[in-house]
Design a protein around this ligand. Sequence first.
Ligand code: PFF
Length: 471
Amino acid sequence: MSSSSNKSPVWGTRLGFYLAAVGSAFGLGNLWRFPYVAAENGGGAFVLLYLASAFLIGLPFLIGELLLGKLSRSSLFPATLKMIGERHIVRSLTKSSDSLSRVEKSSYKSLAWASMILNLLVLSYYAVISGWVLHFLIRIFLGFVGISVFNGPESLSVLMNNGWLQILLTGLHLIVIGVIVGKDLEHGLERWVGYAMPVFALLLGLMVYKSLSLDSAAEALRFLIYPDFSKLSISSPAQAIGHVFFTLSIGFGTMVTFGSYLRDESYLPLAGLRVATLDSVISVLAGIVIFPLILMGDQKVIGPDLFFKTVPELFGSMSGGLLFGVGFFLCLYLASLGASIGLLETLVANLRETRRVPRRISAIGVTSFCLLVALLPALSSNLLSFVRIGKVGLLGLWDMILINWALPLVALFISQMVCWKLRQELVSKEFEQTESGSSALLYSHWLFVMRFVATPLIVIALALQAWALFS
Ligand code: PFF
């Protein structure tokens, strides 16, 4: 493991950071969640709203989280302890921790806890969906090599009706990520993403080519690009913002942890811009892959099932579909692995830094606990299918509460800490590490957007969403 002067782990190479950050950003959120949320919100107009939110809100928040990690050389929880003066540090992160009131200190600490709990709940649900992906990957592969006949709807119903199968697959996925994260940074996470990301990029390129050659491609592109603003609802802005945070891995403390592994000379604004741009490009490419497939299917399903009902069925029926299907689900599984590893690495790093629990033990502890929590989403389609509000089942509720509500709130807290409480001389220096003279301007623009543009927009979006809920 590489280590910096103060003995915290650092990325072995600059590319290692980008691969891990993009690997964590790009996942089921882009390929599975984005299409159904976009479809529920009318397509093109939502895509525009999403892209605008990614650059106006997501990018400055992403830079803020990386900053907090790099300046404190810690993950979110220990960084918060350092800021409120409960942890000794070499240089003060705030003007003086005494300047924070007791209420402020305890609310920052509770919210750091909230971010960790959110991370754990999302990882559990993410592991369940990754298990679904694994199920389809195995079944399509068996169909492709001729061991069994692949049937999309049958595969889905086997999965949905069998809670134990879902728990088994979830456990398998958790073991895989536990083994990777249990190793040190350079030999675990960094090496893994170094192998997986190029394969993933190649597969995605092939998928885009194949999808664009389908008959439904023109209609899909129109749906994706043409903005019909009348299709947006009053809660669409909050959904777009929640999705931006989810897809850029903001609010979970992940980018704080990744920022803490950055070398001193890393230039954060550029790193943030590259990650946000790459993730948005991949999201749009994912849309180009998925929408033609969804529109080829005749089921007009909306919600978390959309993807798994329409896409595998098509692979079973189109020519060359099984080979395409194997590539597609492999690509999806690699994406979900990178993202799950990012979530687990964050929890492990927080435990290691606050409680000094060795990496391997924390990886085992966290994954075991996650498996327990995952029983709820894994049983949501069978044993617990009676838990629903209106048409939304437990899994949908889990997703909605965590991503549309909790995530923007927690991200807002982290950003407030960065743009109001962190010592701004330290922050502005991070914008200065460039030869260009425009860095002071860049810093003031970033701060202005954080304080007076992004924050009010999130508050308004959440208020509109609350209004839509109660009216
Ligand atoms: N960004 C991932 C996705 O779009 O699927 C989800 C995610 C991964 C969120 C890692 C948070 C995280 F730490």
